[in-house]
Design a protein around this ligand. Structure first.
Ligand code: GLC
Length: 507
């Protein structure tokens, strides 16, 4: 929308109203673009609440887009019980409304908080969100339906009708569906464009068709939009009804057209391919900065990486490993689930352990993997350490203290750990899939890490050995480390792609 505005001392870019022709004659006028209004709908966001990469992306992408003055970026989230107290105490209650959800009428309190030019809103309802954690309840469908319906109702309350409604993952899919089936008939909502981002196609939000009207409050008229495989499939519904949909790396955007990666949705993705694009995630370079990170035993940067050795020594001491500066530490920080490639690790790790290496694993997940890695540590004392927990402080000590970071995922929409590790000078070994392929390039071709392409344990073993060989060549290793640390993983480029996408949708 183009508007004209008086030239005033206030930022012209803020002006959204059209200046009457009379007034326009009196003073020179400038033509400005109104700020584009973007609303992120998501089920988690750093720093408030995080269970995985989604939260980091919401936290850092919103900040990166908002850094551009042309955008007014807001984020809306559920007010979970576990939202960190240090932030919660500063949330401001701005009012409450009642939200219709089929035959129910539910209380919805609204809190507000601002940081880095991004306004965050939190949806309060103790019945739905005063529980430990974010997910895994029998009524998750209803909880996120309430959340999404609240999003649509809150727009009126805060008088913010976005140009772009950007919904992330299945928990936010219903916001797009409500927009397209219910709200777009109201004048204020009719120009809102919707974009849906798939962070992981594995989790689709599948429910029985019986609850479409009764629970989600969507008329059976729209059954075709959400039905897939005789179920409600919320991700499928969002793909169908959004103007554009994206995923978190260009390679993954190609992969999800293939049944091997798509968890059943490949035909839906192919049918909607014309509106799909893949944009690689970034990391927040201030949040992950070895030069300032307080969790580290010592700080360093790409120009002066010498004190990384202190991080290694202290890590070895802390974990009870022999302090040996020349023994390479291979680290894994991962959810312990099958698509992380743990079966490959199981198959060949003992062959790796025959050499002079130390192996450190941090993560939680499926009990079969937890037990396996605990057992491995027992069998290789002084060589293998398995910490079965999720510990952000320790993860940073490992990112900085290790030499090699192993991430052999079977599939990986983007992955952030390989970027964090690289930034901390810990060289990544990855399988060429999804965002791993788009962020780590092979050493042999002058790249910043080591890669293998087939999902094969011996291909992985081969590159691990190649990496260990390069590690022994001190100067070469220093060059590679520097290259990894200097790779630009910031959001600067990717945020521009999102902005381009938004602008394209608003034409
Ligand atoms: C999901 C994906 C991960 C991606 C993250 C953020 O957790 O599994 O690969 O990095 O979302 O988009």
């Amino acid at each position: 929308m183009k508007t004209t505005a008086k030239r005033t001392k206030q930022a012209a870019i803020e002006v959204t109203e059209t200046v009457p022709a009379e007034a326009a004659k009196e003073e020179p006028v400038v033509t400005v673009e109104a700020k584009k209004k973007i609303l992120f709908v998501a089920s988690e966001a750093a720093p408030f609440i995080a269970t995985g990469g989604l939260a980091e992306v919401i936290g850092s992408l919103s900040k990166a887009v908002a850094a551009d003055e042309r955008y007014d970026v807001r984020v809306i989230l559920p007010l979970y019980q576990d939202i960190k107290k240090e932030y919660r105490k500063d949330f401001r209650f701005i009012g409450n409304i009642f939200v219709p959800l089929s035959w129910r009428n539910q209380y919805c309190g609204i809190f507000e908080y601002e940081a880095n030019r991004v306004k965050f809103y939190f949806v309060d309802n103790e019945y739905y969100f005063k529980r430990p954690g974010c997910y895994g309840y029998y009524d998750d469908g209803e909880r996120f339906a309430f959340f999404c319906r609240s999003v649509m109702e809150i727009l009126g309350f805060i008088n913010f009708y976005p140009d772009i409604l950007h919904c992330h993952d299945w928990q936010a899919a219903l916001a797009a569906l409500y927009l397209k089936t219910i709200y777009c008939y109201r004048p204020e909502y009719q120009f809102i464009r919707a974009v849906f981002t798939i962070h992981n196609i594995e989790y689709q939000g599948k429910y029985s068709l019986d609850i479409l009207e009764d629970l989600f409050g969507i008329s059976y008229r729209y059954k075709n939009l959400v039905e897939f495989d005789h179920c409600i499939n919320l991700m499928k519904g969002a793909i169908e009804c959004c103007e554009r949909f994206t995923t978190v790396s260009p390679t993954y955007a190609g992969e999800i057209k293939d049944p091997y990666y798509a968890h059943g949705l490949d035909q839906i993705v192919r049918r909607n391919e014309f509106k799909l694009c893949g944009i690689l995630n970034g990391i927040d370079p201030d949040y992950y900065d070895p030069a300032t990170d307080k969790a580290l035993f010592a700080n360093y940067n790409a120009e002066h990486p010498e004190t990384k050795a202190v991080c290694k020594e202290e890590l070895q001491k802390m974990l009870g490993l022999p302090v040996r500066p020349d023994t390479p530490i291979i680290a894994m920080i991962s959810r312990l689930v099958s698509h992380k490639g743990l079966d490959l690790v199981k198959e060949v790790i003992e062959q790796v352990l025959r050499q002079d290496v130390q192996f450190v694993l941090l993560g939680t997940g499926d009990s079969q993997y937890e037990n396996y890695f605990s057992g491995l540590a027992r069998n290789y004392p002084g060589k293998v350490i398995s910490v079965i927990s999720f510990n952000s402080d320790l993860s940073r000590k490992i990112y900085s203290g290790a030499d090699l970071f192993l991430m052999p995922s079977k599939s990986e929409p983007c992955g952030l750990s390989q970027m964090i590790a690289s930034r901390y000078g810990t060289v990544a070994i990855v399988r060429e899939t999804g965002g791993l392929r788009d962020s780590i390039t092979p050493y042999g071709a002058g790249g910043n890490g080591f890669t293998f392409s087939n999902y094969d344990a011996y291909d992985m073993l081969y590159v691990i050995n190649e990496a260990l060989g390069v590690y022994r060549m001190k100067d070469e290793w220093a060059r590679l480390m520097k290259k990894a640390m200097e790779t630009d993983f910031s959001w600067s480029t990717s945020a521009k792609y999102y902005e381009g996408l938004y602008l394209g949708m608003l034409k």
